[in-house]
Write a protein that binds this ligand. Structure first.
Ligand code: THU
Length: 130
């Protein structure tokens, strides 16, 4: 199964009764394993979590640690970029050159990198004097 297929499939499980906007994410780790996530909303809106965060949590829970490639899919007029918080979460576990594909259910896609999504990312090296 491709990452796009995996993201499409997990999107069906998204819990999005408030926004009605289902998102699926699938990543391949550097170890070669696929981990998936979907958005999980909450009646207390800020407690909801994004699909990307779910996929990252699944990766860490599985004992895996680094992202080699990521795909995000939603039913939207144009490919949906990860939110600001997710960009920082992705950058924690991916090299700047890692490819990120943003896709729509009607077949559009944009390919970018982690560095494109979060230029000038705050990184561990910034704390070297701490
Ligand atoms: N959402 C994601 O899961 N990932 C994104 O990249 C953009 C937004 C979710 C959060 C919320 O459940 C819904 O989409 C609307 O913002």
């Amino acid at each position: 199964m491709t990452l796009l297929d995996a993201a499409t499939k997990v999107r069906d499980n998204a819990y999005a009764p408030y926004s009605r906007f289902k998102v699926g994410a699938a990543l391949r780790s550097t170890a070669g394993h696929v981990h998936v996530g979907c958005n999980v909303e909450n009646v207390a809106y800020p407690e909801g979590t994004c699909a990307e965060a779910g996929a990252i949590a699944a990766m860490i829970a599985a004992g895996d640690s680094r992202i080699a490639e990521l795909v995000v899919i939603a039913d939207s007029p144009a490919p949906v970029p990860p939110c600001g918080g997710c960009r920082q979460k992705i950058a924690e576990f991916a090299e700047p050159s890692v490819p990120v594909t943003l896709a729509t259910t009607d077949g559009q896609s944009i390919r970018m990198t982690v560095a494109d999504l979060l230029p000038g990312a705050f990184a561990p090296a910034h704390m070297d004097r701490a």
